[in-house]
Design a protein around this ligand. Structure first.
Ligand code: F0G
Length: 493
């Protein structure tokens, strides 16, 4: 079904003002012409935008064989573009600036002078976004389509025993716990809605805008829904989210409701919600924004690009992250592979995806050399990764295989212990994110990650959305009478 026939009454759709003038629509379609979607199972190829019977764009999330799709595009450095135009007059294509150095220079120039808002203009500050700064590697759409907060620009904390300065005793405890000298934590919880999901969402909602969508939807364990709700509100689209009832942290639910998304709580788990949302989107022509949507993955690649830039393009030995639906593993892996292919970095980091023991189908497949694809009923305190049948299995499998990576599994007790260390250091994160540190500690203990290797761990979400799981005893603090004696007696303990 064509995308902007949402199946919803018009009054429920976006405002009448659409960004979709015919002229810019044509420009967007032209810009996306060299972009294709490749099936990760049977390798069939589709254009990024397909026209339906009424000439309206029709979204495609899967191949006709049922396989998941991956974006394929041509990366054109702006100077190369200028050069090619000049070449119409003087044919000298040898010196095209496609080297890693030219890309590094482009991205470093964009970060070096902070863009400022000009008065009374709606000019986009794309260089201020930790996603669109790398726009030639993300999505080739005209600037006016881009829906950005902006996002990204999250901290990369040096927390290893050697690379954490003496003045940062708290942060150093994390390096001690992991057993690593050169260790960084990339805190994606510092994104506008508090999780890494904003990076994929800015690309996904931008694509929804290109498609002229009036409503967007996803199934979620809470962070994607909050992000979708925020970006949909910004774009004037209707947000619709399906959540597993009773299994979403309070802050994530509150956020989603506050941003105004229609919030449907399914009496089932995430996998049920995922199945339903795909069906509903296809039936009603609502634009689907789970990581099944290949353009979300493109935006999320920027986590990898930004880490590399923050490390002055010196790739780490390992990149470690929590894994649920496997969108992030697929995205970061793809981004790092592209960075390597473009010569931005000189070697490909190894990727370690960490699952919770009660939700570890990918780990089970990994143990059997990916001979079998598992699914299971998921149970873990880390609700964000409580997923038993991950959608991006094949994409993520490719990442693990190509990066000589590894999948590991940690118990809820390990997750909560690691979370306490991250929280107590003053950095803090949500439970799922702590799987990263739990996994690193385990891999160092087993000798898989060596103590002197450079490791980056991704913290995917903020501490603030889940105010109950893994909080210390007496989390409401100590309550005393308003007297000096009472306060003194507490501080003397
Ligand atoms: N960490 C956090 C905080 C998450 O919210 C998620 C996924 C993950 C890790 C796992 O990433 O699914 O790409 O492997 N949250 C999704 C959601 C499922 O709906 O918010 P993944």
């Amino acid at each position: 079904m064509a995308i902007n026939s949402t199946g919803l009454p018009r009054s429920q759709g976006a405002g009448e003002e659409s960004n979709h003038s015919t002229q810019t629509a044509v420009a967007a379609v032209q810009a996306l012409a060299p972009t294709n979607l490749r099936c990760v199972e049977c390798l069939a190829l589709y254009p990024a935008i397909e026209a339906g019977q009424s000439a309206l764009p029709v979204p495609r999330y899967r191949c006709d064989c049922g396989g998941v799709l991956d974006v394929e595009m041509v990366y054109t450095h702006p100077n190369q573009h200028e050069r090619q135009n000049a070449d119409l007059f003087e044919a000298d294509t040898d010196a095209l600036p496609t080297s890693g150095a030219a890309w590094r220079q482009l991205f470093d120039e964009r970060i070096s002078s902070p863009p400022l808002w000009a008065i009374s203009t709606d000019k986009q500050l794309l260089d201020a976004s930790g996603v669109w700064r790398y726009r030639e590697l993300i999505l080739p759409v005209p600037d006016e389509y881009i829906i950005s907060r902006p996002e990204g620009n999250t901290s990369l904390y040096p927390v290893g025993m050697e690379n954490c300065g003496a003045g940062r005793i708290g942060h150093r405890q994390i390096g001690l716990y992991a057993g690593l000298d050169l260790f960084f934590l990339k805190h994606e919880g510092e994104n506008p809605t508090g999780s890494f999901k904003d990076r994929g969402m800015t690309a996904g909602v931008t694509m929804a805008n290109v498609m002229g969508a009036k409503a967007v939807a996803c199934a979620s364990t809470g962070n994607t829904s909050a992000s979708l709700a925020s970006y949909a509100a910004q774009a004037g689209m209707r947000g619709i989210v399906f959540l597993p009832a009773g299994n979403v942290a309070g802050g994530k639910l509150a956020q989603t409701l506050a941003y105004g998304a229609t919030t449907v709580q399914i009496e089932g788990d995430f996998d049920d919600a995922m199945h339903l949302v795909e069906h509903v989107c296809n039936e009603l022509g609502i634009y689907l924004l789970n990581s099944l949507n290949p353009f979300r993955v493109e935006g999320q690649k920027a986590i990898g690009f930004e880490i590399l830039q923050q490390l002055d393009w010196q790739a780490p030995d390992w990149l470690v992250l929590p894994a649920g639906n496997l969108g992030n593993t697929s995205a970061i892996g793809k981004g790092l592979r592209q960075a390597y292919q473009l010569g931005l970095i000189s070697h490909m980091p190894r990727i370690a995806a960490i699952q919770a023991e009660g939700a570890n189908p990918f780990y089970r497949s990994f143990l059997g050399n990916f001979a079998e694809r598992f699914s299971m009923h998921a149970e873990t305190v880390a609700t964000a990764i409580k997923i038993g049948n991950p959608v991006s299995y094949t994409r993520a499998r490719r990442v693990i295989e190509e990066s000589d990576g590894i999948v590991d599994s940690v118990s809820d007790a390990q997750i909560l212990a690691a979370k306490a260390v991250i929280d107590r250091s003053g950095i803090g994160c949500e439970p799922a994110s702590a799987a990263t540190l739990a996994g690193i500690r385990q891999l160092v203990e087993r000798g898989v990650i060596k103590r002197d290797e450079r490791v980056v761990g991704v913290l995917t979400g903020t501490l603030l959305k889940d105010s109950t799981t893994g909080m210390p005893q007496g989390r409401s603090g100590i309550v005393v009478k308003p007297t000096l004696d009472a306060v003194r007696s507490v501080l003397a303990q």
